[in-house]
Design a protein around this ligand. Structure first.
Ligand code: ZN
Length: 370
């Protein structure tokens, strides 16, 4: 099955997800969050499970942790449901799908959630004091200026060029996207408490998969990496056991081990959900990867996110300049381009099918195999 078009709104994504679940005979468990959508509509994290009810091995697939990145992830989950043949999955194996982990961000076209929190920097925040990020503190006035007008790109680029020359790219990556816990109106803010969505994910996974001995989490994202390609991010050192395990099962050329890697294209982050799930799966050998689908350049991504953040905090979302900034930002995460969507869905099929086989421990039947 190939989706005819990419759903454009949270509501459409959720409707499609529920429709594909119903078609496959799967129950959907909706978990409402308190915040509402732009039309006042209820927002939910929808959960379904394919295969065993008390599994020993499990694959967890999440979409929409970063709201506005979630439309393609939602489509990938629908396609996966359609490809899985539940009766052919091995005994004791299940696929748990969490749809729209940040439904508010998906509905409002924001990467952050209703509290301006980056949910992928927020795991167990109630009990964790994350490390400071002095680099971000230095950049914040340029990244998120409290200016009366939409800030110009130059007011950030001029400063960042100097800093890049002085400190180098790893410093810049860690400063910008490593996560920060000091500026609640800033970018990549990890929050000052555990957010509702994070708590829902933790309780759902603990309740449904508490007994698993082996688990793999695939978290679906967009916006990082070369446009039109995909990258599998692994928060482990190159050559480590997790890296070797992954390299034997996925396209090794697409895997980037981000810890202790001088060639890494992204910072190591604290508070990621996929990793954090190990806390609620105490009996499990738990592994976690992030699938990133490249869209536009990092510079364009940062500048668009900066403009959108300014509109959210200081501007008017409904004024023409505000709408332009929101749409430009949305297109950075989900390009308005059917060819991009086709490639992204094809990449998603490759990675998720490999994930099913890897997590199951052997080759289950997929609809595409029959
Ligand atoms: Zn993301």
């Amino acid at each position: 099955m190939v989706l005819a078009s990419l759903p454009l709104t949270y509501d459409e994504c959720r409707a499609r997800f529920r429709w594909w679940c119903a078609k496959a005979g799967l129950e959907v468990e909706p978990h409402p969050i308190d915040a509402r959508g732009p039309e006042g509509q209820q927002l939910t994290i929808d959960v379904t499970q394919v295969g065993a009810t008390s599994p020993e091995r499990a694959l967890i697939v999440m979409s929409g942790v970063h709201g506005v990145e979630g439309y393609i992830g939602s489509a990938m989950q629908c396609e996966l449901i359609d490809r899985l043949v539940p009766q052919a999955l091995p005994d004791g194996f299940a696929v748990l799908l969490l749809h729209a982990v940040n439904p508010w961000g998906m509905a409002w076209w924001r990467r952050q959630n209703e509290s301006n929190v980056d949910l992928n920097r927020n795991w167990n925040r109630d009990h964790v004091t994350p490390p400071p990020n002095p680099g971000y503190d230095e950049l914040h006035p340029f990244l998120c200026p409290d200016s009366p007008e939409l800030p110009t790109p130059e007011s950030f680029l001029d400063r960042s060029r100097v800093l890049l020359e002085e400190r180098g790219m790893p410093w810049m990556q860690a400063a910008v996207s490593g996560g920060q816990y000091t500026h609640a109106d800033g970018l990549y803010f990890g929050g000052d408490r555990t957010e509702q969505s994070t708590r829902i994910v933790a309780s759902v996974v603990a309740e449904r998969l508490g007994a698993v001995g082996q688990s793999l989490c695939v978290d679906l994202h967009t916006g990082h990496g070369a446009p039109g390609t995909y990258t599998i991010l692994l928060d482990a050192p190159p050559g480590s056991e997790p890296h070797n395990w992954l390299s034997e099962r996925f396209d090794a050329d697409r895997i980037e081990a981000t810890v202790g890697n001088p060639h890494a294209t992204t910072a190591h982050k604290v508070g990621q959900i996929g990793h954090g799930l190990a806390d609620v799966l105490p009996e499990s050998v738990h592994r976690s990867i992030t699938l990133e689908l490249g869209t536009v350049s990092d510079t364009r991504m940062i500048l668009s996110g900066r403009s959108e953040n300014w509109v959210h905090h200081h501007g008017d979302r409904t004024a023409p300049a505000g709408v332009d900034a929101l749409w430009a930002n949305r297109r950075c995460y989900t390009p308005d381009d059917p060819a991009w969507a086709d490639h992204a869905l094809a990449h998603g099929r490759v990675v998720l099918d490999a994930a099913v086989r890897s997590a199951a421990g052997h080759e289950p039947l997929l609809a595409s195999d029959t």
